[in-house]
Design a protein. Structure first.
Length: 286
């Protein structure tokens, strides 16, 4: 019996993480379709289109509008959702890709100022298309709901997975990065699991990468990744019971807890402690 040729849909396949998922899926013999707001094939920051991109079926669609992609869902064995944003000012992505240090600092400062004058409250309800709620949560829920409602026209050998690229809570840049970043990720995970209840032919898979880096495609991530990797290595080799910066931060977080929420860590200090002990991950290993 010949193995079934797997076909997957990657939401945001022309992005940083999505493009590598497409590339690796192709290397494993899968058929890949990608949807994005532009529908354009992936290009490197220098405008180069790699050879593998010609083997992906690129389609233009809006994750929040199922009518633009629901015709694809019956034909795929799995869906991988890679959309998301670290900052609501999505200009940071171009700055990261182009190695623009000043541009990156500017977006961090702009977000910090905006956050201090107008705290983020349910961005999707306010119609903010670039908000944490829309990109990190609502887009995933909309695609997932459409996926579990679809009737497959392909042969399957098990439950069809919906893979959500989430994140570890390692935010060392609070309050420059709002706690809503990780909170909306956790909200999405919980609601995806709820959508899967009573659906034995589907399953949810949540991937929580730490800091994702690439020396050439995201050069600004390399210094931070190097320092975090060194810190994680040192913490892993410290004798048990010996005080470490992460232990101290966790103790302080317990002694002076911030207002806790249902999602994410209860204190920025806990988040910083995580960042010191969890090694970064190369984008090709996500």
């Amino acid at each position: 019996m010949e193995p079934i040729l797997q076909k997957i849909l990657v939401v945001g396949g022309n992005g940083f993480i999505g493009s590598h998922i497409c590339k690796l899926a192709l290397a494993r013999g899968m058929q890949v379709t990608s949807i994005s707001s532009s529908g354009r094939p992936y290009q490197t920051p220098r405008g180069h289109t790699p050879a593998w991109a010609s083997r992906v079926e690129w389609q233009k669609a809006d994750a929040l509008r199922p009518e633009t992609y629901e015709h694809i869902l019956p034909e795929v064995h799995a869906v991988v959702h890679t959309l998301g944003t670290l900052l609501e000012d999505v200009r940071y992505k171009a700055a990261m890709a182009n190695g623009d240090v000043l541009g990156l600092v500017r977006t961090f400062l702009d977000q910090s100022i905006a956050g201090s004058t107008n705290p983020l409250e349910q961005g999707s309800e306010q119609g903010q298309s670039g908000s944490y709620e829309v990109l990190n949560r609502d887009s995933a829920l909309c695609v997932c709901e459409s996926f579990v409602s679809s009737t497959p026209t392909v042969e399957t050998t098990g439950a069809r997975p919906f893979v959500y690229i989430s994140a570890e809570d390692i935010d060392i840049f609070r309050p420059l990065i709002s706690a809503r970043y990780i909170e909306t990720k956790r909200e999405a995970e919980q609601r995806i699991d709820q959508l899967m209840m009573g659906k034995p032919d589907y399953k949810s898979v949540h991937i929580r990468p730490s800091l994702v880096y690439h020396a050439h495609l995201r050069p600004l991530t390399t210094p931070a990744a190097t320092l975090i990797d060194l810190s994680a290595t040192l913490h892993a080799n410290v004798p048990s019971g010996f005080p470490t910066p992460s232990n101290i931060l966790r103790s302080l977080g317990s002694a002076f807890p911030s207002s806790s929420t249902s999602f994410g860590s209860s204190s920025p200090l806990d988040s910083m402690a995580n960042a010191l002990t969890i090694p970064p991950i190369h984008v090709e290993h996500v």
